[in-house]
Ligand binder design. Structure first.
Ligand SMILES: Nc1ncnc2c1ncn2[C@@H]1O[C@H](COP(=O)(O)OP(=O)(O)O)[C@@H](O)[C@H]1O
Ligand SMILES: [Mg+2]
Length: 357
């Protein structure tokens, strides 16, 4: 049984349709990440679930209850915000204790819960400090601690790592994953960062313009993106796209290069003849020329990363990026022979931009 469900959930601001009918079932103990570009309605969706924003249409259920009209404090949810939202004049201990006191939890129980959470987050030595005496990463941990002590049915996180520098972001991300493994509570987490989505989620929900574009495990959305949008959004460096058409069982790219059409056991090439397509190739799926179908391009820019090399090269009218072994260092302007594995090519309908399976 699902713990949280959205049924045809909508949010309008006057004539503006912001969330356009979201259907989603989230299971108990699941870690679900809502990901999408800025302005696609992630925070609005989360805030409706938390009760901080009214619902314009459809239904939100937590367990068996429809919570559309339920005040936030009766929803058994704790939310962690991007800007932490700590009380500046209270100590860390008081910040963590406050919502428990309001709910009538006894002093001894509060102490036990704070000690446990502080231990889990490594903030035991900070309990007497004020938020102004903490670093950004420490404040974020306190904000998480304040949510944990409430022992809610569901944790909501809205871009909790956005204000941290890159190194700290990685650390706190790992802590959040560890936290989920330790407490096993349902987490619904919003971010615009596909790396956070891929690393944290049991299931990723990709939103675009207030609608769900695809729902799947990280592997599913990476391996089988449902659209050009998902293919380009998930994965870094981003998937390459080139226009082309299917002719005589081959993909003919604009500019003339050809790639054999991969045929799986289900004979997926059936009915594709003549179809206009957008071809998607991930940078990491290029291989040395001898190991795949060879393509000839011209090198534009080479970026050594230490662990590997990025080669940006012209192929017909497109510029593509390949991630290759670190010792491969062609010079700008040189001709390049590079291979692709036809089975790793993604095909999308040129007009609808939906995957062709
Ligand atoms: N109170 C409001 N009035 C009008 N438009 C709003 C309001 N709040 C948010 N929006 C609009 O709703 C869209 C989605 O916002 P939001 O859910 O915050 O996006 P995200 O969190 O995905 O970046 C944005 O275009 C934003 O400008
Ligand atoms: Mg937001």
């Amino acid at each position: 049984m699902s713990l949280v469900s959205f049924r045809k959930l909508e949010k309008n601001y006057g004539p503006l349709r912001i969330v356009k009918g979201i259907d989603l079932e989230i299971g108990d103990k699941e870690f679900v990440v809502l990901v999408g570009p800025s302005g696609c309605g992630k925070s609005t969706t989360l805030r409706m679930l938390a009760g901080l924003e009214s619902v314009s249409g459809g239904e939100i259920r937590i367990g068996e209850r429809v919570v559309n009209k339920l005040p936030p404090r009766e929803r058994d949810i704790a939310m962690v915000f991007q800007d932490y939202a700590l009380y500046p004049h209270k100590t860390v201990y008081e910040n963590m204790a406050f919502s428990l006191k309001v709910r009538g939890v006894g002093a001894a129980e509060i102490k036990t819960r704070i000690a446990q959470a502080a231990e889990m987050l490594g903030i035991g030595q900070l309990l007497d400090r004020k938020p102004s005496q903490l670093s950004g990463g420490q404040r974020q941990r306190v904000a998480m601690g304040r949510a944990i002590v409430r022992r809610p049915q569901v944790f909501l996180f809205d871009e909790p790592l956005s204000n941290l520098d890159a190194k700290l972001r990685g650390q706190v991300r790992t802590e959040i994953k560890r936290l989920h493994q330790a407490v096993g509570t349902t987490i619904i987490y919003v971010t615009h960062d596909q790396v956070e989505a891929m690393t944290l989620a049991d299931r990723i929900v990709i939103l675009k313009g207030g609608e769900i574009e695809q729902v799947g495990t990280p592997d599913e959305v990476y391996n089988n993106p449902a659209s050009v949008f998902v293919g380009g959004f998930i994965g870094s460096p981003a998937m390459n796209f080139a226009k082309g058409a299917i002719r005589s069982g081959e993909i003919v790219l604009d500019g003339g290069a050809t790639i054999p059409l991969h045929r799986n056991s289900a004979g997926r090439t059936n009915g594709l003849e003549g179809r206009e397509v957008t071809v998607g190739i991930r940078p990491e799926h290029f291989v040395p020329a001898g190991q795949g179908h060879a393509l000839s391009g011209r090198v534009q820019v080479v970026e050594p990363l230490g662990s590997d090399t990025l080669i940006h090269f012209a192929l017909g009218s497109s510029t593509l990026t390949a991630r290759v072994a670190p010792d491969m260092r062609p010079g700008p302007g040189e001709s390049l022979s590079i291979g692709v594995d036809p089975s790793r090519i993604h095909l999308f309908d040129a007009a609808t931009e939906r995957a062709i399976n």
